[in-house]
Write a protein that binds this ligand. Structure first.
Ligand code: X2X
Length: 332
């Protein structure tokens, strides 16, 4: 063995060791709620399971409160798309500036049960949306749940569309501006990260969010008196990875990533539904006045929000809206 060969061998061995250590990679995951939410728990679960299944080769660091996008919850998807973030957990409504079709899930009163929700997110309609996300450089790995969004405020109980008139409402995204306008409220788009203090200071009177995923873990009941369970809009979340990252993994690792994401989001949906099921009683104990509308009252909200449904259904497009409606009708 010549000196050169020996050196080369030693070098290769050293590199091999070095590469072994370097092949343990920490992925950065961004989401836009606090660290007490089911979004955060689902993200942490993903990280735990992934580290376990890859023998520590991959792990995940979870950054809550949209920290990695300067507090801008809408920017996360675009950042993942261009590879500036590895992973994201965010809700469909936050992606609508980049992918307007994502508004389909949240069309007012599209869904009336979890069975209908699952038939779309876990079926072909969910895949249609994943294909569109891919065009933007985001690989959707699994759907989780933010949930049916319920309205809260500090002025009065909401029992009819008329009760919404003149209320200053914080909303998350563009579609809800149109829905609130249809109800005669004054909508204001605001980051979630700024909403609790805006409610506390009376900058806005109310907001709308799901009970199990957000209202309870983020203690919205501390700053809001009235809640109406009007189920007016469903909001899924998803766990996505940047395509640039994804393409760097072999098929085996991609399978592990996808299966682990599915399992973590199944867990996230489960704890979200549990929290929602026991949520109304919990909120009453905390002093909120909770109103559960009758079927007739719900129909009045549906009629009042129809113009916003039509406007956004046109933006999403017939093909996608039709696919969702057909799946929903078949799952009744
Ligand atoms: O900002 C909200 O209201 C939240 C947390 O539900 C979303 O990300 C849409």
């Amino acid at each position: 063995m010549t000196f050169t060969r020996l050196t080369q061998t030693a070098l290769a061995a050293a590199l091999g060791l070095g590469l072994g250590a370097a092949s343990s990679e920490t992925l950065r995951l961004s989401h836009n709620t606090g660290d007490s939410t089911t979004w955060h728990k689902g993200a942490e679960k993903f990280g735990e399971l992934l580290a376990e299944r890859t023998g520590g080769a991959l792990d995940v660091r979870v950054f809550p409160n949209a920290q990695l996008s300067g507090g801008d919850q809408m920017r996360q998807a675009e950042m993942v798309g261009r590879g500036a973030l590895d992973l994201v957990v965010t809700s469909a409504i936050n992606v609508t500036p980049l992918v307007p079709e994502m508004a389909v899930f949240s069309l007012p009163y599209l869904y009336s049960s979890y069975e209908q929700v699952d038939a779309t997110t876990q079926g072909a309609p969910g895949e249609m949306l994943a294909d569109i996300l891919l065009e933007k450089g985001i690989v959707g790995l699994a759907w989780g749940e933010n949930g049916f969004r319920e309205v809260t405020n500090n002025i009065r109980p909401i029992r009819s569309p008329d009760d919404m008139r003149g209320l200053n409402m914080r909303v998350a995204g563009p579609m809800y501006i149109d829905v609130m306008n249809a109800l005669g409220a004054n909508p204001q788009q605001m980051q979630w990260g700024e909403t609790m203090s805006a409610l506390q200071q009376g900058v806005v009177d109310g907001q709308e969010n799901p009970i199990g995923a957000v209202i309870i873990p983020q203690q919205v009941y501390e700053v809001q008196k009235y809640l109406t369970a009007w189920h007016y809009s469903y909001d899924p979340i998803f766990l996505g990875i940047s395509q640039a990252k994804w393409d760097g993994y072999d098929a085996e690792m991609q399978t592990i990533l996808r299966e682990t994401a599915q399992e973590a989001m199944a867990y996230q949906r489960e704890i979200t539904r549990e929290g929602t099921a026991s949520g109304i009683e919990f909120l009453r104990e905390k002093g909120m006045e909770v109103y559960e509308p009758t079927a007739e009252e719900l129909a009045a909200f549906r009629t009042a929000t129809q113009p916003a449904f039509d406007q956004w259904a046109a933006r999403v497009g017939d093909e996608i809206v039709g696919a969702f409606q057909a799946t929903i009708a078949a799952s009744n």
